[in-house]
Design a protein around this ligand. Structure first.
Ligand code: ZN
Length: 385
């Protein structure tokens, strides 16, 4: 394993509400840098924006406060991501993991939000939490100052400022920042096209990244050391963002050519009253599908999976109807014709039946999708649920 791959290997440091929190080894470098910067500044008694002048403190105390402040900032980023994650869970989306990387954090959701409203709420949850942390931090700092705990007030001031920056910076309207997700949700709601919304928000993200890089270079040209460091940091964050935004834009362009309506088959369905014996004896030999849309007059009522029929005793086939064993209609069982293939595949691989009904704008059944390559995955999913 080379050094780069090793540095990106993730370790699980905590599990909150069942969500694994992971960091990679690069993160330790940033942690040390942050401790070092704060400790050096504290022991010189400088750089205290909130506090006016602060008396110089001992080197050991400065390092301890550096560590305390950095842990506070680390917990702030974690709180921000956790807020995204819990909002996503409230929207019915499971969370794979929270990753803390050198430039912040990421709550990795299992699938995309299925509405602009959900996307919006998940996106603003993070900055909202950071903003609340900042306000609470400033209030406690104020109390600490009144009590003349100047060092504690200084640490709180720095953590609060960090949270405020986290909230404001993340609201810049460029994907994949939270503000970019808000923008995407707004564009998505306005035009109804998630691919185009993603592409536009990604382009805005690239623009913001470019501005950060130019701004960073400008700061680095200034002769002062701190500006040099901040400049370098700005360039690094800009490059990181640019890379992420560019891959989103590239991805959306590739996806644009592949939508569900191009790949779906004719909408063969069975009626809710269809007997299981009828399905097995007369329909299955002709329509070799592992699942069937159950519909009446083009209205989808549910999906019938053969997996569910298998568990039904043979002697009951003549008395059981499709409606008795079908899975009632739920968002994970259907897509719109203009949804991307990638989205549909994702949904199919996780909905437990490996297929999807395609439903038009007025709720009518217009097609059917089944991915043969997902068959094995489908079986294991069904086993788990
Ligand atoms: Zn965020």
């Amino acid at each position: 394993m080379n050094v780069l791959a090793f540095s990106r290997r993730r370790i699980t440091v905590a599990r909150i509400h069942g969500i694994p929190v992971r960091i990679d080894y690069r993160w330790f470098i940033v942690f040390f840098l942050s401790v070092w910067l704060i400790a050096v500044n504290l022991s010189h008694g400088g750089l205290w924006v909130m506090q006016g002048q602060l008396l110089p403190i001992g080197v050991a105390a400065a390092w301890i406060l550096g560590i305390v402040t950095t842990i506070g900032l680390f917990l702030s980023v974690l709180g921000h991501e956790l807020s995204h994650a819990l909002m996503a869970r409230a929207e019915g989306i499971e969370i794979d993991e929270i990753v803390l990387h050198p430039f912040g954090g990421l709550a990795r959701l299992r699938n995309e939000p299925n509405s602009p409203g959900a996307e919006f709420r998940i996106a603003v949850a993070g900055p909202a939490a950071s903003f609340v942390f900042a306000v609470v931090g400033f209030l406690v700092m104020y109390v600490a100052r009144l009590a003349d705990y100047r060092v504690i007030a200084g640490v709180l001031g720095l953590i609060s400022l960090g949270n405020l920056l986290l909230a404001v910076f993340n609201l810049f309207p460029g994907y994949p920042l939270d503000g970019g997700r808000v923008l995407r949700a707004l564009l998505w709601r306005k035009a109804g096209d998630i691919k185009e919304a993603t592409r536009m928000a990604g382009i805005c993200g690239m623009l913001i990244a470019a501005i950060l890089i130019i701004f960073g270079v400008y700061m680095a040209i200034a002769p002062n050391f701190h500006s040099y460091f901040m400049g370098l940091w700005s360039v690094l964050v800009g490059l990181f963002l640019f890379d992420a935004a560019y891959s989103v834009v590239k991805h959306s362009r590739r996806r644009m050519r592949h939508v569900v309506s191009e790949a779906m088959s004719a909408p063969f369905s069975i009626e809710p009253d269809t007997l299981i014996s009828q399905l097995i004896d007369t329909i299955l030999p002709i329509h070799r599908q592992t699942a069937f849309p159950v519909a009446l007059k083009q209205r989808l009522h549910g999906m019938l999976s053969l997996e569910d029929v298998k568990s039904l005793p043979r002697e009951k086939w003549h008395s059981t109807r499709a409606r008795d064993v079908m899975r009632p209609i739920a968002p994970r069982f259907f897509v719109e014709p203009n949804a991307t293939i990638d989205f549909a595949k994702e949904l199919m691989s996780r909905n437990g039946i490996g297929s999807l009904a395609v439903v038009g704008k007025n709720g009518e059944l217009v097609g059917f999708l089944q991915n043969g390559t997902f068959k094995r995955k489908k079986r294991s999913k069904a086993g788990r649920s």
